[in-house]
Design a protein around this ligand. Sequence first.
Ligand code: C2E
Ligand code: MG
Ligand code: MG
Length: 728
Amino acid sequence: MNIKIQHFTLSLFMLMSLSAVLLWSVSLYLMNDSLVKEKTGLYRNNWQIQLDQLQSDQGAWLQKRFHEVSEWMQENTDSQQRQYFVNQYYQLYPKLTLIKIIESGAVVPDMGKKIPDCLDLSGKQSESEIVSDSPLVKTCFSNSQPMLAVTADIDSSNNQKLLLLMDYFSFINDFEKLTNRQFYVETGSKLSRNFIETRVHEQQFQTVFEFKQDALTVGRLTLSVPHESFFSVWLQQAIWVIPVWLFVALVFYLALFRALIHPLLLVSQRMKKMVQTRRPGNAYDRQFLTPGLLLLHKYFINLTYMTKHDHLTGLNNRAIFEERLQLAIMEGKRSGRKYALVLVDINHFYKINKKYGLYVGDGLLKQLAKRLSNDLRESDSLARLEKDNFALLLEFSDDDQITSLVEKLHQSLSKTYTVYGREINIGISIGVAIYPDNAWEKDELELKGNEALLKAHQGDWPVVFIQQPDSQTDYSGLSLIQSLRWALKNSDFKLVYQPVMDLKSHTTSYFEALLRWKRPEEHVQSIEKTIALAEKNQLIKPLSHWIIETACLQLQKLKDSPVKIAINLSMIDFHDEGLPQRIGEMLQRYGIAPGQLMIEITEGQFMQEPDLVIGILNRLSEMGISLSIDDFGTGQASLTYLKKLPVEKLKIDQSFVKNMVEDNEDSTIVEATIKLAHTLSIEVVAEGVESADIHIMLRQMGCDYVQGYYISRPLEQKLIASWIEDKS
Ligand code: C2E
Ligand code: MG
Ligand code: MG
């Protein structure tokens, strides 16, 4: 499932917001009870304060009225005037129930009510009650109705007292207006102005104020806080909590989107593009590489892979290779191990790209990478450094081993490639630098490797090892291969010709062409070892080709005195089905009769793959080319094969011939071989004839031909003509 980053984060925020609202709701639910209690307490305190305030306002108001009336009364003693004033005043303040001047006889207005019995008007007032500035406000009952009363002496000499009464209900009315609650009055009791608060039915959030006169409850005010359900409380708070929270969350999300998600998104998209373009063939990746949070780590894995690998071939890249090289050198310094840095390059790779297109070029690189990695050991490292440039790091102990390894590698890489149905042949250049012989440090080793690669590109042979003049290492095998390549290219070889004498006619039957270096002093290795090395390093085919061509050329030069030349071929030459055809073409090109050419193959080599050889030998024989089994006696050829083969001659190995005069066993073997060959109608050549005794003995044994130093050492090509002239 693919989730886009923006969708994911938005959903996450929504989820978080919802969770926060849910959490808040749960905590509100749990706190609701104590909240309501707190609210009720607040209400109660509030009411108490209001009540106190109202009462004191009422008292103050009454006192003020009292002062006004008493002042006027003292100034105007006339009862009619007083009556008129009180009437007017009463009209002005309807709250006043009664204004009365006692002892003056004036009752204004009477309203038919009895004088309140709450005051002992005739009796003496206590001192505290006679306070002219602020007369004491009392509560009393008039006709069982609670009243507020203020009374004081106006004129003590006349015993005149002023009484102001106010209906207590006017206070209650005010309070009821204020609180919107009903006030219940317990009738028949005396009312005290003071009240005591008692709380009852707390669960219902009610508060009851009780007004008491002495021990009697005269009025009860029940105030209750409306009970709110959780939902209504939630709704009240949610109206502002949710929008504020959503707003904060949105601002936070936008800030986060700008600072983190958006850049993350861009990175993700870029990574996706990179992964897709760098690994275009991977349908699996393409399917899943959509920018998404869950897949972001996949991009990272891909990118990590890409930072270490070459996207085309999947091999390690330069960074990793250099790291390995550094580690190898460190290991080499510690343990004394040797490493070869092998740089491989395709010659003129751009031409392939140009000719076949980049797609084919890429395919070729992939195949080359595959061939390179085919024979790698676990300890070896391989990387593609750039374009067609590959590098190998090989651990080795034996110099010959690394030489033949690199040669084999070159052979394998040089074979024809089939890329998308096209056959492509390429030239490969290889440069090799050895740690520690060529360099002690990584950078220097790389420099040397590149130097070798450059030489391989520019020079005559495609595999170049950096030569260290004062190196302790003996690279004899290595230089031999290099020289061999060079010699092949530059005809630094030559053929010498050793005559083979007919023992019956005493004439030269043919010459055996033997390979020689033109400058033998520069090559310590024997020609046999050189040929073995060429066989091991796939160089024998071009070498044999050169030998055949040179021999044909020689025969062409000797057209006037036609001779026969025997050439030695290697078993590997017979792996090539096209050998007869190539020889046929060569003979035709130089105008040589097939009968003038003889091919020698050693018995030992022939016996390795007799069935393979028989077919080709038959074809050669059919062409008229004669065949000889060389070094006979060393390879245990079976008679069955000898019978099957179109062999003309058997050449007894010189190891039997050399000592046959002294060694009876050898002479017996030689004699038996001659007889056996003659039985099969095969002629016998004895090689390694070094003395007259051997020569005589062989003739007595009925041997057909002899070859050896006794007759002649191998001759330079220019001496053949005179030899023929002398010995024919
Ligand atoms: P081979 O084909 O049996 O050649 C005969 C070798 O014996 C030659 O050595 C020759 O110089 C040497 N020889 C000839 N007569 C005498 C003698 O009287 N006494 C002694 N001690 N040696 C004698 P060479 O040229 O060093 O060749 C050694 C081997 O190398 C050859 O043995 C042949 O197997 C191989 N070889 C030489 N030239 C070629 C070549 O052109 N192609 C191939 N494939 N192999 C060659
Ligand atoms: Mg030979
Ligand atoms: Mg031989």
